[in-house]
Design a protein around this ligand. Structure first.
Ligand SMILES: [Zn+2]
Ligand SMILES: [Zn+2]
Length: 333
């Protein structure tokens, strides 16, 4: 009996060793088939999220276009309310100079908003072309598997590398890069100013229930001569005031952030990369200097394309479609 038990135990041990060996062979065979030196935590995480990325990629083209239409419709609704409700209530009390100021500023601001938004949406931000840059400074895009010049980065929404890429703007359904960066920021500035103007103009009407407060009662027409607003129109006033106040705060913060980046001569992508390089340089006791920083004024002149004093008026205060300095591929760092 004891002999039988010993023999059985030996057979079980041999069998389990064979099974373990077979399992190890199977794991080794599988690993040899799927091994990749690039596999790491990041890779596995990306692999795990691939279905989500595919879904986003499928939805974004429609989502982006819907957002562009939304921006256009919201802007149109505010413009129509200004023409239909705000100006008829405000202008009769503003006097000739006030009327000229309101109409002059309002239309100038509207022209800047429309022009820069259209240009930001419709202008190609620029893609690297082979041979257009110094190969010694080029880096390899792991997604496109192609070389790209300094400052160019890959946009995973557009599935391409973009020259001097700043970010992908869903509200414009376009990447913000070398050729439309100025349009983007000019739109942000003009839209913020426009919202502040609409919000300030409607404030009196909203707080006084549709009757603007006279600045100087002596030289204004009698209040009974002016049209009073019905509740339906007052609702439009509240809508314009709430929306413009909200947008002016949110867009104002975004605009200030981008203005700060331009002052420092860096893009949103470079901001992150430069910060990391700066920390590493500091740890080694070195000082990192952004090679594309030409000083605050120099950076703004380069960004706005101002090469002469008159350009501040013709290229900044008025709509202008001049091209940015350089081709976005070669940089004088
Ligand atoms: Zn790429
Ligand atoms: Zn993009």
């Amino acid at each position: 009996m004891e002999r039988f038990t010993r023999r059985t135990l030996k057979a079980c041990t041999r069998k389990s060793r064979e099974l373990r060996l077979a399992y190890e062979y199977a794991v080794l065979a599988l690993r040899s088939l799927v091994y990749n030196s690039a596999v790491g935590e990041d890779y596995l995480l990306e692999l795990l999220f691939q279905p989500v990325y595919c879904l986003v990629d499928a939805v974004v083209p429609w989502f982006g276009k819907a957002l562009v239409v939304t921006v256009a419709l919201l802007t149109l609704s505010v413009v129509l309310t200004m023409y239909g409700v705000v100006y008829p209530s405000v202008l009769p009390r503003a006097g000739p100079w006030g009327t000229a100021l309101h109409l002059g500023y309002g239309h100038w601001n509207l022209a800047l908003i429309s022009f820069h938004y259209y240009k930001a949406v419709s202008t190609n931000p620029g893609q690297p072309t082979q041979g257009s840059y110094d190969r010694a400074e080029a880096s390899l895009c792991k997604k496109c598997l192609r070389c790209r010049p300094p400052r160019a980065h890959h946009c995973r929404v557009c599935c391409r590398c973009v020259l001097k890429m700043d970010h992908h703007c869903y509200w414009m359904d376009n990447c913000v890069g070398h050729f439309n960066h100025r349009y983007f920021l000019s739109f942000c500035v003009s839209m913020t100013l426009g919202c502040v103007y609409c919000s300030a103009t409607t404030w009196d009407l909203v707080t006084l229930g549709g009757d603007p407060a006279p600045a100087d009662a002596s030289d204004l027409p009698d209040a009974s001569d002016l049209p009073r607003l019905d509740p339906f129109r007052r609702n439009f006033l509240v809508y314009v005031w709430v929306m413009c106040s909200g947008v002016s705060v949110i867009l104002g913060v975004l605009t200030l952030w981008h203005a700060r980046l331009v002052t420092r001569g860096e893009t949103s992508v470079e901001r992150r990369l430069n910060e990391r390089t700066r920390v590493h340089a500091n740890a080694r006791g070195q000082v990192y200097r952004n090679p594309y920083d030409h000083g605050p004024l120099g950076n703004w002149k380069l960004f706005l394309g101002v090469g002469h004093k008159r350009h501040w008026a013709t290229r900044v205060l008025l709509p202008s479609s001049h091209l940015p300095a350089g081709d976005g591929a070669l940089w004088n760092a």
